[in-house]
Write a protein that binds this ligand. Sequence first.
Ligand code: MEV
Length: 421
Amino acid sequence: MYTSRIAGFYKLGVDERAKIVKELAGLTDDELNLLKTSKIGLSIADRMIENVIGTLELPLGIATNFLINGKDYLIPMAIEEPSVVAAASNAARMCREGGGLHAFSAEPLMISQIQLVGVTSPHTAAVKVLQNKDEILRIANEKDPVLNSLGGGAKDLEVRVVQSPVGPMVVTHLIVDVKDAMGANVVNTMAEAVAPFIENLTGGKVLLRIVSNLADKRLVRVWTKVPKDVVGGAEVVDGIVYAWALAASDPYRAATHNKGIMNGVVAVGLATGQDIRALEAGAHAYAARFGRYAALSTWEKDEEGDLIGYLEMPMAVGVVGGATRVNPIAKISLKILGVKTAKELAEVMGSVGLAQNLAALRALVSEGIQKGHMKLHARQIAISVGAQGEEVDKVVSEMIRDGIIRIDRAKEILSRLRTGY
Ligand code: MEV
């Protein structure tokens, strides 16, 4: 009988779990084998999450041409969407002509929230918490001597009285320098550690003790200059500024504009084992920080008529701990990138985001986005019908020339190429 109530599923081994799912879902032997064909290894996967039955692969591509703060980078990107890697490489080439991308990131400060409820006088409670800042920081720092020895740890405290639908509550922010980690684990541990002290101090009750993904103290800032002739001329520069202006004014466009930025950020994040949900949450919350959702980047024209792009967004990433430590592919990606610190990784990811944004806007205001997509789509079709080597380009260019991109057409062209008719 088909049921999702499987007692003790978590206690089984990967093989046994996979067998149960195979039976319930009617998978074939081939499907089962594919599920279990894993590059990172099922035992590693089984230690990363629960109830594992296999792993899922994504294509890993390398974006080229990136010059960031005067240093060249090969950028690993994991993504299912065609065009993204090519677009990033192409935009990076354009940025390179203007001196590359310039990025600088703030100190890796994460925020942990401690929610205090049930106090009759919230402002008095807030003052008490603030007055005991040194003791609270001391308790927090006891939790991570290693981070302290590296110069990190809980550094500051902010307290707000938040008006909520069920009354005021006192929200303490622990500000923690997490150095090269993404930092969620360490700040959560510290928040839990200081909670009893805050309760004793105020007579209230602590509920939530958790990181805030609105990591607005851990911002990355990136700018670039693209000479007008490189981007396609004065008209394209004006077009990009108009495209940005819509994203700055209209949340419907801003969502898509920012999605284009996240195409780059998330692809590098996935390749290097980052918590991409945290990155998305932080980015979109930051985009709405003024009360209306808006673009994360800005595009303008300078006195010479060249294009200047600027991006500012939270970038909570790590090069130690988390999946970066256990996922061997993430480790290889970090090695290819050659980044040494979380700050440097943040700068690279912000740069990829800005380049990706440039590529999208340029395509949208010139030939449109579909042309590039169609070419890749045509390539996929040519390969799927068995075209090899030079045949691929020939089949693709004929299909594009005739504007007919279909399997039957690809087969026909290929057989003509092979038979000479
Ligand atoms: C597609 O994945 C991303 C774009 O829609 C971004 C944009 O419109 O700026 C092309």
